[in-house]
Design a protein around this ligand. Structure first.
Ligand code: XUL
Length: 506
């Protein structure tokens, strides 16, 4: 059996699969806000002094890992039968490691927790996460020094992006030069957690590595010139880059002694949540589009070549199976639905009911930006008059406007993520795009994708894994009667965006 882990914005999850039987054996979840209240997070993150600063805590992720494994042991899950583990993590989050911290990771004592033994090995106690938009200045400087956003986009797959690691690392190095001097390595959340499981420094995979603005997409190597421009000699502080299917190592004795893992368990490189989700949705080969309705909404698909978004909002990452994937990320996703539900004082059931009532031409969509938005760049907008209908129409018309660069739309969209549990939301997507929508049995595709990657890296075929684990459980057809209304509302929405003051990316 194979174990997939997913360290997302709000929780750490596990899924155990058996590809011999084609079954999901167990799923478990630790929610940061409720299960680890001592970290004082809201939905798993905290805000900084600057309104656009967002942080999480690597020590909280480690406590969650200990708690998750303990819960599996308490339920008698046979961890000694796990042959391989891989993981998924929220993308872009950077973890700053002190010099001389390797022995601590190698010699963990099972009588203590991971965080007790490792808190002093960080040169920065917090990790800036993907929600962070505080590095616009750094992005402009990096783009200027590297020959412009277009050049960066062509080489790394993305224009200089505030949440991407390059701008975050530059900000830290300039703000805290002494602590930067003490920093030996900068990991991503994915490679950091992979290192803990393997008990030594793990690599960054091509999927997550491409989310840093530092990787040359065509060569799958760090771009030395760009890295040097971001911070002198940065390349010395980056872990190596590897294919996602490579082994990070055999599991560290800490997990064998404490939780009963088999000492031969193989740990495979972790990747970002979106690359893992591509695999978990059965979309790792071109021809399928996925819409993921998590904390952020993302739309992604496999690509043979690294085509880039001419407007500079979209991104190209490595595909954990082969070649590339394109992705557009919308920051105002599930949290905007939560916020509106609170504002209206309604439950999910009511939200879902409202989402099922199709709009008329008079139902103007709202600019659905409770917080600053990244696709397109936009300031937050007052939401006093927002309704469930206007929010969802705004969200998905915005998505329709900004995903053309991914190429021809397929006949079917595959939908995942928490908000996809609402049939009304899925019907809205089908109507806005006039495209059939299918939901898969697993709602946690990133975690499933991590488990499938562990099995694939151990020799199972992608075809058999996809046919076992990526089965749609329902199919929602678009209502053709709404097509004309949505074409009209799309134009109104595009005008609304055009009139409002937003910064153009490229
Ligand atoms: C993608 C992105 C988000 C995070 C969420 O670029 O920023 O989807 O990966 O975990």
């Amino acid at each position: 059996m194979f174990l997939g882990l997913d360290c997302s914005t709000q929780s750490l999850s596990a899924i155990l699969i058996d590809p011999e039987q084609g079954s999901v054996l167990h799923q478990e979840n630790v929610r940061f806000q409720n299960d680890l209240p001592e970290y004082n997070t809201t939905h798993g993150f905290s805000r900084g002094a600057h309104p656009d600063e967002f942080f999480s805590s690597p020590m909280m992720w480690l406590d969650a890992l200990d708690l998750l494994f303990q819960r599996l042991v308490d339920q008698d899950i046979p961890l000694h039968l796990v042959r391989g583990i891989s993981g998924s993590a929220q993308q872009h989050a950077t973890v700053y490691i002190q010099r001389k911290s390797q022995p601590a990771v190698r010699n963990l004592n099972p009588q203590f927790s991971l965080s007790e033994q490792l808190f002093s090995h960080l040169s920065r106690p917090v990790s800036p996460i993907w929600l962070d938009g505080s590095t616009i200045q750094e992005c402009e400087a990096i783009a200027k020094e590297c020959g412009g956003h277009n050049t960066l986009c062509r080489i790394t797959g993305s224009a200089a992006i505030p949440r991407f690691s390059a701008a975050q690392i530059r900000k830290y190095a300039l703000q805290f030069p002494e602590r930067w001097a003490e920093t030996e390595k900068v990991h991503l959340a994915s490679s950091y957690l992979s290192s803990i499981l393997a008990g030594h420094r793990a690599a960054i995979d091509y999927g997550d590595g491409a989310g840093m603005n530092l990787m040359n997409l065509e060569r799958f190597q760090w771009d030395e010139t760009i890295a040097n421009t971001v911070v002198p000699n940065l390349i010395d502080r980056l872990p190596s880059l590897q294919h996602s299917t490579n082994m990070a190592g055999i599991i560290s004795p800490y997990f064998v002694q404490k939780y009963g893992f088999n000492k031969r368990t193989k740990c495979f490189n972790w990747s970002g949540d979106n690359p893992c989700s591509l695999v978990g949705m059965g979309a790792a080969r071109p021809g399928k589009w996925v819409i993921s309705l998590g904390t952020s909404y993302t739309v992604f698909c496999a690509l043979d070549d690294p085509i880039v978004d001419p407007h500079g909002f979209g991104h190209v990452f490595g595909n954990p199976i082969d070649n590339y994937m394109g992705l557009s990320c919308f920051k105002n996703g599930a949290l905007s639905c939560f916020a509106l539900k609170e504002q209206l004082g309604i439950e999910w059931q009511e939200f879902d009911r409202l989402a099922r009532i199709p709009p008329t031409r008079e139902d103007l969509p709202s600019l659905p930006f409770f917080d600053t938005e990244i696709t397109p760049l936009h300031t937050s907008v007052d939401q006093t008059n927002t309704t469930a209908r206007s929010l969802l129409d705004g969200q998905f018309l915005n998505m329709r406007l900004h995903t053309d660069w991914l190429g021809e739309r397929p006949d079917t969209f595959y939908i995942t993520g928490g908000v996809s549990q609402s049939k009304g939301v899925c019907q809205t997507i089908a109507n806005v795009f006039q495209t059939k929508v299918q939901r898969l049995e697993s709602s946690n595709s990133a975690c499933l994708g991590a488990a499938m990657r562990a099995a694939y890296s151990s020799g199972y075929s992608l075809d058999s894994l996809e046919s076992q684990f990526c089965k749609p459980y329902d199919s929602i057809d678009p209502d053709p009667a709404t097509a004309e209304t949505y074409d009209y509302l799309l134009e109104r929405f595009a005008n609304l965006l055009e009139e409002s003051t937003f910064l153009k990316q490229l």
